[in-house]
Design a protein around this ligand. Structure first.
Ligand SMILES: [Zn+2]
Length: 319
């Protein structure tokens, strides 16, 4: 087992991004420069998620020892899928996407293995740190982050700190009701934002529309819907109008509640780019109080496929 000395002033830290399928592990500094990184499978038969995380950490530590002989580390930051109890650094709940992960004391296991300080948070909360240190929210203290992917993730930062709530469950923006009579969500609520603006729901609604028009029942991706929308397709336009209305309504509410300086939108759906952002800004402007709107910009998230890993490691530079 590789061991590197701990130095609270060190310029390097390990970042770990645990996703349902892949886990990225890297050594980086607070500017987001990656010195070494590796990708491992999150789940392998006969091995726990933490076994896999440790395999990744061991490998990047070995490479770091060669690149910077005598180098020291500040610690290990983990951003992970699932709900995290941030005080204990354990997994409070993970869905069946990662069987057996619920209850894992990630922080304790990694501290025991490496003798380094370990911080664990959920994967979207750490994305807010990527935006704060190296991304779209540099120099901002009041930030809302929304990630539009398979589901919808959220994070709220006030006074420069991620809001965790009582145990770490705060910021579930995807499960904010935008239609109180809307469809039942996996969380048990009705009309959640996620039911309208996730890539999954955008694709599903297009598929339903096409089937209703007598087309074959085939899966449609959000990317397809965006392409059809930009090409002027009427059905896709209706779906994207609904998507923008739901997201714009949610953002206006968040602006009213948190008075943010920046609202950062990321995830696959945000790759639709400026046409989507222009419509969204218009929608929010039609809904939010002008006094609050003036100080809030809506911008795309930091681009880069290691943003989760970077945010995870950046926890080391939070107090
Ligand atoms: Zn929900």
């Amino acid at each position: 087992m590789s061991r590197l000395p701990f130095d609270p002033q060190a310029d390097a830290a390990i970042g770990v991004d645990v996703g349902g399928t892949k886990t990225n592990v890297g050594i980086m500094n607070r500017n987001g420069d990656v010195l070494a990184s590796v990708r491992v499978a999150t789940q392998l038969p006969g091995r726990t998620v933490v076994d896999q995380v440790k395999a990744g950490i061991d490998e990047v530590m070995e490479r770091f020892a060669v690149l910077q002989p005598g180098g020291t580390l500040r610690g290990i930051g983990v951003g992970t899928a699932g709900q995290v109890d941030c005080a204990s650094g354990s997994i409070r709940f993970a869905s069946e996407l990662i069987p057996g992960y619920t209850g894992t004391p990630v922080k304790k296991l990694l501290e025991e293995a490496y003798g380094l300080p370990v911080y664990v948070d959920n994967d979207v909360n750490v994305l807010a740190l990527t935006e704060k240190y190296i991304g779209a929210a540099k120099n901002a203290k009041h930030v809302i982050c929304i990630a539009l992917g398979t589901g919808v993730g959220g994070a709220v930062m006030t006074d420069g700190k991620v809001v965790h709530g009582a145990w770490g469950g705060a910021g579930e923006i995807g499960h904010m009701t935008v239609d109180f009579n809307g469809p039942v969500c996996i969380c048990g609520n009705r009309g959640c934002l996620e039911q309208y603006v996730s890539g999954t729901s955008i694709g599903r609604r297009m598929q339903e529309l096409l089937v209703a028009e007598g087309r074959p029942d085939e899966a449609v991706s959000a990317r397809d819907v965006v392409e059809r929308w930009l090409a002027g397709d009427a059905g896709a336009t209706a779906i994207m109008n609904e998507t923008v209305a739901a997201l714009g309504g949610a953002i206006a509410s968040l602006i009213h509640i948190f008075n943010p300086e920046v609202v950062v939108i990321g995830g696959g759906v945000a790759e639709a780019g400026e046409p989507l952002f222009a419509k969204l800004r218009e929608e929010v402007a039609s809904r939010a109080m002008s006094s609050q709107l003036e100080s809030a910009t809506i911008v795309p998230a930091y681009q880069g496929n290691l943003s989760g890993m970077l945010g995870a490691g950046l926890q080391m530079w939070e107090d």
